[in-house]
Design a protein around this ligand. Structure first.
Ligand SMILES: Cc1cc2nc3c(=O)[nH]c(=O)nc-3n(C[C@H](O)[C@H](O)[C@H](O)COP(=O)(O)OP(=O)(O)OC[C@H]3O[C@@H](n4cnc5c(N)ncnc54)[C@H](O)[C@@H]3O)c2cc1C
Length: 386
């Protein structure tokens, strides 16, 4: 049997950030990352909208994003290899939740939590929104929650940078699929690959994204996470806007931002769970009137293309599930990010590395995200889920 000291299943942004953080935290043993698709065709990370925000209602999510902000700001230099910078196109153009009257009290409450952690978020009046998006239709708005430090970045570049840096630090990536996790009593002992080859390890971290819950379920440890399709649309606007957009969330949940000269938009469609990557042009019919109402320049939009990707959707409280499983020694997971994993990857990787290397969280206490919270009915109830 092949042997490793730590096996990570899934080499997306979560697995790669964790592998990198393990090395940075001094783990010197053999780390093997199994990634079944070296092209990452269906992985969620490259299909993400790339949005980054500190605008959350729960302290754990605010803290994770605040940590990520510091990482992403200096990412290009800190993750450089042999002088080659790791560009991630981080555009700090802001993040903006538009609000109707009934939404304002929720945003006012969130603001207090954000300020507690030093986030410079602001509650703006409709008129104060206009310098940010001069063309915005504000007639039906009561205001907006805004943070100028936030914005969007290129998720594929973030993932590749973590992967390359981890490899430069001696982490091995093997392009094979893990068929199942192998256990002995109440402890994990390794993984079996689809070609039957076994790898032994006393620590296995499940970072398999939307595929992760099925893997856990196979060994009798269910996780309340399902794959859920989300669609994105690339739009060409005949009439350009005066300024580049922050990542903007309409009160309906439709969101949009610039991508070069184009605009990308998306919304959380009501679809059944499943491994579905079909992109339906027809769904844009729901989106278009909302966009055209909010920014009149969008009346002359041309839908150019789009894509579908999967959320690893936590069906109970829509937040990440992180840590060691209480019933399986050595089995760790980072699953269930429900649409905000790309921005949480730096803090999650660091947290898991601390837990494994030193037995406790040090930078951010990720205990609220433990899997036990479901049985204990101690949920992480986040108001700002997109
Ligand atoms: C349309 C869309 C928009 C989004 N927008 C945002 C956003 O604006 N901001 C944000 O923060 N997040 C966003 N997300 C969520 C974000 O993309 C995810 O939370 C994040 O990418 C999860 O990373 P991951 O590494 O866990 O999963 P993935 O990137 O899916 O990586 C998991 C990897 O595991 C591999 N794998 C699976 N099973 C096995 C196996 N058995 N053996 C070996 N390898 C395996 C897969 O091939 C895959 O590469 C969005 C997601 C989608 C779909």
């Amino acid at each position: 049997m092949h042997k490793a000291d730590i096996i990570i299943v899934g080499g997306g942004v979560m697995g790669s950030s964790t592998a990198y953080a393990l090395r940075m935290n001094g783990f010197e043993g053999r780390i093997v990352v199994f990634e079944k698709d070296a092209t990452y065709q269906y992985a969620s990370t490259p299909r993400s909208a790339g949005g980054f925000r500190q605008l959350y209602s729960t302290s754990i999510n605010v803290q994770l994003s605040r940590y990520s902000l510091h990482v992403y700001k200096d990412f290009a230099d800190n993750m450089a290899i042999n002088g080659e910078r790791a560009e991630i196109d981080f555009k700090q153009r802001g993040y903006l939740f538009l609000a109707t009257e009934s939404m304002m009290p929720y945003f006012a409450k969130q603001l207090r939590t954000q300020h507690e952690y030093g986030v410079p978020s602001e509650l703006l009046t409709p008129k104060e929104l206009l310098p940010i998006i001069p063309e915005l239709e504000i007639g039906d708005l009561a205001g907006g929650l805004y943070c100028h430090e936030d914005g969007y970045l290129d998720p594929y570049s973030v993932m590749q940078a973590y992967r390359k840096k981890a490899q430069a630090l001696g982490v091995e990536y093997i392009a094979e699929e893990v068929e199942s996790l192998v256990t002995e009593g109440a402890g994990i002992t390794g993984v079996r690959l689809t070609d039957g080859v076994m790898y032994g390890s006393r620590i296995v971290i499940n970072c398999a994204g939307a595929w992760g819950a099925a893997l856990s379920e196979k060994m009798g440890l269910p996780v309340p996470v399902v794959p859920l399709k989300r669609q994105m649309y690339v739009l060409d606007t005949a009439r350009q806007l005066e300024r580049k957009l922050p990542l903007t969330i309409d009160p309906t949940g439709v969101y949009f931002r610039h991508e070069g000269e184009k605009v990308v938009a998306g919304f959380s469609d009501d679809v059944p769970p499943g491994m579905d990557f079909t992109w339906k042009r027809s769904s844009f019919d729901t989106l278009w009137p909302i966009l055209a109402h909010r920014v009149p320049n969008f009346e002359q939009l041309k839908l150019e293309s789009g894509w579908a990707g999967l959320y690893d959707f936590n069906t109970v409280d829509q937040n990440a599930i992180i840590g060691e499983h209480p019933m399986m020694k050595g089995y760790f997971m980072a699953l269930g990010f429900s649409g905000h994993g790309m921005q949480q990857a730096p803090g999650v990787g660091q947290g898991l590395a601390e837990l494994i290397c030193r037995g406790k969280y040090e930078t951010i206490d990720l205990t609220p995200l433990r899997i036990e919270r479901f049985a204990e009915n101690d949920l992480v109830l986040e108001n700002a889920i997109v």
